[in-house]
Write a protein that binds this ligand. Structure first.
Ligand SMILES: [Zn+2]
Ligand SMILES: [Zn+2]
Length: 365
């Protein structure tokens, strides 16, 4: 069968035929792949930059792909033929209590696997077999943007965690009982920044997006439709503090230099929470004693945010469906390109580098 394979830690990617017996399968439900999404993690693996990417045990290649929608080929285990499903990509270590209750996002041993990333073959292949407990139904009406349920699941988990942490404060809601008076700053306007913006707006927070340039046309559409503010941070963040004040929530969705933390921490309000989602691969953040004192005195939280699990995939499906009504223009712009697997040259090209203006690129099988 045809598959897209990589050989971490080495750079490189190939579309090739693999022996069906040589690839990992995870259960009895036979699934034919319809779409794969491509994200920054895939590109880091392809370019040999993701050090945590490893081969499945005893093998010399890894099937790439952790974002997938497939169609159930034969009725099995509660699924009907023709249903659309999405696999949950991170799977438990089998040992720790969080993994045993379906929450390997909080794995305590670090022995989990991530399909298409480390220890487990992914879903950029013609078909695979899976266990129903790792499958999420995607309604047919959501076939167009459903592939975003995987990245959105990580953001659903992140915001759930932020709200959980903020329950430490006796009152975090506003006078009218909503979160309309709370302000969030999303640094980074890539797909992750946009999904954070849409979800925070759905929950009613005021949102500012920031990037070191003017917004693109697609970003402008998102800003207008969702009533989101924009700040060009090319000259630092001082002006933002003057015009918008401090923020109750700040999200680093950039994966940029770690020094960003030093720049945005002064923008965090009392009782605020700063979430690190982007995966920095360079630089360092420095904090003097005054900054540490400020964290203590003003109850501030720094938190790492990673990986949504099955409940978050299900939430993501609900929110994607709602955005088609709430933010129809934005929803139409979220998939920026769909490329056929037959067009090998273009598939390999987009696996190596990001396209200008890209939000989400899909491969169609
Ligand atoms: Zn991804
Ligand atoms: Zn575990």
């Amino acid at each position: 069968m045809k598959a897209i394979i990589v050989k971490p830690p080495n750079a490189g990617v190939q579309i090739t035929d693999v022996n069906e017996k040589e690839v990992d399968n995870y259960g009895k439900v036979k699934i034919r792949t319809l779409y794969n999404g491509i994200c920054g993690t895939d590109r880091e693996i392809v370019n040999g930059k993701l050090t945590l990417s490893t081969l499945p045990k005893g093998k010399n290649f890894l099937v790439l792909g952790h974002e997938a929608i497939g169609v159930v080929e034969e009725p099995c285990c509660g699924f009907s033929q023709g249903e659309l499903v999405m696999p949950v990509n991170r799977r438990g270590c089998g040992v720790c209590r969080n993994c045993l209750v379906g929450r390997p996002d909080f794995c305590e041993t670090g022995g989990f696997g991530e399909a298409g990333i480390h220890n487990m073959d992914g879903f950029m292949r013609e078909e695979w077999y899976d266990d129903p407990k790792y499958l999420v139904r995607i309604p047919k009406a959501l076939e167009d943007i459903g592939i975003l349920a995987q990245p959105l699941a990580d953001i659903e988990k992140s915001i759930e965690e932020i709200f959980e942490v903020q329950k430490r404060i006796p009152v975090w809601t506003c006078e009218d009982g909503t979160l309309n008076c709370r302000k969030a700053l999303i640094v980074g306007t890539g797909p992750i920044g946009i999904l954070f913006t849409l979800l925070f707006r759905t929950y009613g927070l005021e949102v500012w997006m920031a990037n070191r340039r003017e917004p693109t046309e697609v970003e402008q559409t998102v800003l207008e439709e969702t009533h989101t503010n924009y700040f060009n941070s090319a000259n630092g963040y001082e002006k933002l503090k003057d015009s918008a004040g401090k923020f109750d929530v700040i999200i680093d969705a950039t994966g940029a230099d770690a020094g960003l933390l030093t720049n945005v921490l002064p923008l965090l309000a009392r009782n605020g929470i700063l979430g690190l989602f982007g995966f920095s691969v360079s630089g360092s953040a420095s904090m003097d004693f005054k900054a540490l004192q400020e964290i203590v005195h003003a109850n501030k939280v720094l938190i790492g945010l990673v990986n949504g699990q099955k409940p978050h995939f299900q939430q993501a499906v609900i929110h994607l469906a709602s955005w088609k009504t709430l933010y129809p223009k934005t929803a139409k712009n979220l998939i920026t390109r769909t490329i056929s697997i037959e067009n090998e040259r273009e598939v390999l090209k987009v696996l190596k580098e990001k396209e200008h203006g890209e939000i989400k690129i899909r491969i169609i099988w």
